[in-house]
Design a protein around this ligand. Structure first.
Ligand SMILES: Cc1cc2nc3c(=O)[nH]c(=O)nc-3n(C[C@H](O)[C@H](O)[C@H](O)COP(=O)(O)OP(=O)(O)OC[C@H]3O[C@@H](n4cnc5c(N)ncnc54)[C@H](O)[C@@H]3O)c2cc1C
Length: 405
């Protein structure tokens, strides 16, 4: 089967790219190893352990693509404030959406909810879906890419996009080089019920071993639920994973200084090793990498998929403009426009996360003093904080049309 564009990976980022090109006139195929089925939403079902803090920019992109409605109709929790503090000192900082006259800083949404809302739109579109089939082999054949899927089926297209996540098969098979290293952190994620309301606030405590986040969830009336991301050294993560639920809740409450009272219940826990990865190039002739296939970063600022949505929106914009001008979409000069717009932004975000992580893990007294004084100092600076808030909203820098007001 032949197409103008094949996207491998119908995760949150690949699906977004496909929808952003829905009216391009291109013949698009999207391939994924999972069934791509949409389960009916059950409001009584437990929360999914994987959630994302979606920025205002991501919300706008999803709204324009008609997927936000599906998210809002399921389950999303807006948050208007963020509190960050140093667990081994006194420094703290507080951000509020109101400081930049915004209604929210973002929404905490289960990944499954975002994915289902996007899939619902994809199933209603003209985009060709190839579910339940993984890419196994890839090679150049003239000006095309020749893809061999599980079971031997072959596809070809002049333009291929890798949206197949952190362990991208496309990236590996195409021989794209990456820079990567272990954070020496694992993230434990789960949903917990707390004694006190979360106050529509995203909370983050920097402990000696790594950041611990409590993110607000829209639980049933009278119940106070949060999604937690507890990043810590692997040996400690193993110990915490081995605890029974009751002991885990006690340790978690203590690590969080009981800011929301006792932790009354914890759902099933997942433990995810964290690795920083960045492709040295996002493009080569006829190929572009987007989302986690291009970059994975520490989840401490909840930016991974937000960067991915911006990659998808910028790549779509670059391709649509090139098509209007009659250019070849697989031309490296065309695809490089996408790389030039996205790589500096992604690298800056990765460097900031790396800096944060190192600063907060640093033990020497002068560094601990510096970060405590620094947090308090920034907390007193309305202008500097407004800058941070705009970053959190995803509204700083070179925005694609889809993310603009
Ligand atoms: C603990 C944790 C917390 C996080 N919290 C946040 C947050 O708050 N906010 C945020 O923005 N980001 C967050 N992230 C990052 C975010 O989860 C990722 O950036 C996002 O899921 C990446 O989406 P993607 O579509 O690029 O890749 P994926 O979600 O990995 O999707 C890849 C798709 O490709 C398919 N696929 C893979 N291989 C093949 C193959 N060979 N053939 C066919 N299909 C294939 C898969 O089935 C999948 O559907 C967090 C990450 C972690 C680990």
């Amino acid at each position: 089967m032949r197409a103008d564009l094949i996207i491998v990976g119908a995760g949150m980022v690949g699906s977004t790219l496909a929808l952003a090109l829905e009216h391009s006139g291109l013949k698009i195929l999207i391939v994924d190893g999972s069934p791509l089925s949409v389960a009916p939403f059950d409001a009584q079902a437990p929360f999914e352990p994987r959630v994302s803090a979606l920025s205002m920019a991501s919300q706008r992109i999803l709204e324009r693509l008609g997927a936000w409605q599906g998210i809002a109709a399921r389950r999303a929790c807006p948050y208007g404030e963020m509190r960050v503090w140093d667990g081994s000192g006194t420094g703290s900082i507080h951000f509020a959406a109101a400081s930049v006259h915004a209604e929210t800083l973002g929404h905490i949404v289960e990944n499954r909810v975002v994915q289902d809302a996007l899939l619902e739109r994809l199933h209603d579109s003209q985009i060709g879906l190839l579910p339940g089939t993984r890419l196994e082999q890839l090679r150049r054949s003239g000006d095309d890419w020749l893809l061999t899927l599980e079971g031997g089926r072959q596809l070809r297209a002049p333009l291929l996009v890798a949206a197949d996540g952190a362990n991208s098969a496309v990236r590996r098979l195409a021989g794209c080089a990456t820079r990567e290293w272990d954070y020496l952190h694992h993230a434990i994620v789960t949903s917990v019920r707390c004694e006190k309301p979360h106050q529509a606030t995203a909370w983050q405590r920097f402990t000696d071993d790594g950041p611990l986040a409590f993110l607000p969830l829209a639980g049933p009336a009278g119940e106070h639920w949060c999604s937690i991301v507890w990043s810590t050294v692997p040996v400690e993560a193993e110990r915490l994973m081995a605890l029974d639920d009751e002991a885990f809740c006690v340790e978690l409450g203590k690590a969080f200084e009981l800011r929301l009272g006792k932790v009354l219940h914890a759902d099933r826990r997942l433990c995810i090793p964290l690795r920083q990865r960045h492709a040295k190039r996002y493009v080569e002739p006829g190929l572009a990498l987007i989302g986690d296939a291009a970059h994975t970063i520490h989840p401490l600022a909840g930016q991974g998929v937000n960067l991915g949505f911006l990659d998808a929106a910028v790549l779509a914009e670059v391709l649509l403009h090139a098509a209007e001008r009659g250019e070849h979409l697989s031309d490296e000069r065309v695809l490089s426009r996408f790389e030039r717009r996205r790589m500096p932004h992604n690298l800056a975000m990765m460097a900031a996360m790396e800096g944060f992580q190192r600063l907060f893990q640093a033990d020497p007294l002068p560094l601990r003093l510096l970060r405590n004084v620094g947090l308090d100092l920034v907390d007193g600076q309305a202008e500097a904080k407004a800058l941070f808030v705009r970053q959190a909203l995803g509204l700083a820098g070179d925005l694609p049309e889809l993310a603009r007001a």
